[in-house]
Write a protein that binds this ligand. Sequence first.
Ligand code: NAD
Length: 285
Amino acid sequence: MSTNKIDGKQIAGLVTEKVKERVENLKSKGVVPGLAVILVGSNPASQTYVNNKAKTCERLGMYSVLIELDEDISEDELLKNVEALNQDDKIHGILVQLPLPSQINEDRVIATISPLKDVDGFHPENVGKMMIGQQSFLPCTPFGVMKLLEYSDVEIAGKHAVIIGRSNIVGKPMGQLLLQKDATVTYCHSRTKDLHSFTKQADILVVATGRAKMIDASYIKEGAVVIDVGINRDENNKLCGDVDFASAQEVASKITPVPGGVGPMTIAMLMENTCLAAENTLTNK
Ligand code: NAD
């Protein structure tokens, strides 16, 4: 086991301990933070994520409901479920597990979630607020990466952060959050020419491509901090990241493993966002 490994499980534990205290404080004021998760269809990976979220809610003393809907549900029916949750006072956070089946327009579903309950931070209003540095729900995965960096004492200001991936849920917001902490940010993606020339300059390299083990030591500057967001299965059906951990850890100063790196942080930040949504109902009264 490498000593430069960032232990996401341990840091997620520290984050959720603080959330638990906030939950207890809310309960003393008569509010139990509640999260509703909508799962459409029976994708096994989604089911695992959803079960982990419910278990963590329970452990922290939060209320959670799981709404399971048929794979062939119409968009209208799904939107009705979201609207009912928007009106439900016991529910402070709403999460619709993605991806959704092809008959459903994801953008429309996300836009229907009340921005006040959008604990995934995907609603255009929250995305816009994040862009201009106003308080909003931050998307859980990049928010979790920022916490990992903070708890690991990684200096961000003035550093060159290179993000590989430009999805709306990981890559794009990741760059924004690092920019807000004064990093110089470069985005790379599937059309980037000569990826090595960019990644070799990175002080902080965040990889979110969904390509198993594509980044090895040859892409990494000596002493860089490497954050692996990827969740893939390797040729032996074992979980692995987008980074070849064994090779990369030889040159990185700090590196997240998969599993046990970014993954646990995503759930921890969802709990923090749900708690914040519940706290907001008291301050907005
Ligand atoms: P996505 O497919 O939406 O985006 C992938 C991005 O990678 C794209 O922007 C694409 O341009 C870029 N890319 C693909 N191949 C590339 C290549 N060869 N070179 C350079 N760039 C390339 O994926 P996503 O939703 O952003 O997720 C990325 C990975 O992170 C996936 O493995 C996903 O399972 C994982 N993920 C993990 C968590 C977590 O909690 N740990 C959360 C969300 C996503």
